[in-house]
Ligand binder design. Sequence first.
Ligand SMILES: Nc1ncnc2c1ncn2[C@@H]1O[C@H](COP(=O)(O)OP(=O)(O)O)[C@@H](O)[C@H]1O
Ligand SMILES: N[C@@H](CCOP(=O)(O)O)C(=O)O
Length: 322
Amino acid sequence: MTVLKTARVRVPASTANLGPGFDTLGMALSLYAWIEMKEAEQTAFHLYGNEMNGVPQDKTNLIFKVAQMVFREAGVSVPELDISMYSDIPLTRGLGSSASAIVGALVAANTLIGSPLPDSKLFDMASAIEKHPDNVGASLFGGIITAMWDGENARHLRLEPDANLEVMVVIPDFQLSTSKAREVLPAHVSLKDAVYNISHASMLVAALASGRTDLIAEAMRDQLHQPYRAALVPGMTEILQDAHHYGALGVALSGAGPTLLALTDQRVNRKAELEQYLTDTMNKEGITASVLKLRPESEGVKVYTEGNTLPFMDMIKGELTI
Ligand SMILES: Nc1ncnc2c1ncn2[C@@H]1O[C@H](COP(=O)(O)OP(=O)(O)O)[C@@H](O)[C@H]1O
Ligand SMILES: N[C@@H](CCOP(=O)(O)O)C(=O)O
């Protein structure tokens, strides 16, 4: 199998669950990480940007480990890699940094060896590594995805986000790992809560698919995970309850948190009011937080053609969104 000289990819951040679609719904966001991967004589890492602080620079790095899984699956040996990465996706905040690293590594490694593995296989592998298919599906396929995963095979359907849909996220200045935010969830839920979530998640998908933005606020409500996670995120209960009074179409914990996500309509000019409300509510709880105004990203992970010979960081500088 031919190994290409260089593989470069851009991978979007994602928000998982969208409220009631726990481990099921995901949406790609206009916030990105870039990865370059080359075969090398000795493994080396070049990590750029504040979001890469503390990320391991040896073979324990997630990108390196995931790339080796691709090579093993394809029956190829590429033991040493030169990996560059720049990311604007905050780590451990509920914006899918681990999913974007996994998807970026899978696609870059697969590209490097001539793309022997189909996207469906990469999605199965990504879901098995991340342990839920929602973020990885969104980063891989873009748009809004609804996903199923049986522990082995992952399936998805993709919805094109409404052209008027925008996203505002409020990112608290503390980290909350997904594993910690899963530990607080109960092992069993009542039939009443299960029915509540099935009805709301189904309504949300139908509302997003048919442009019924008037139904989003109610349909984004959840009983499966947000009530348990609220204690971990000061200000969350109030924001989930009241953000729609300040111009949000709907609001949810982004993934496992601590970021909160509000969907907005670009035709409604209340963004300054919503931003103020979100930061004020966090500040009132003693939490410093920053707001990003994003869009749903329609395109999933993007592979650059090999002919792109600009130095890695020069290529990225032309594309930065924040
Ligand atoms: N580019 C990366 N390289 C290596 N590890 C990463 C990278 N991005 C994320 N990770 C790992 O993923 C962890 C965050 O995952 P998680 O707790 O699921 O939060 P989230 O995915 O919401 O940001 C980080 O602490 C780090 O261990
Ligand atoms: N469905 C998962 C999503 C975790 O997303 P992350 O962006 O916080 O990693 C969950 O809710 O645990």
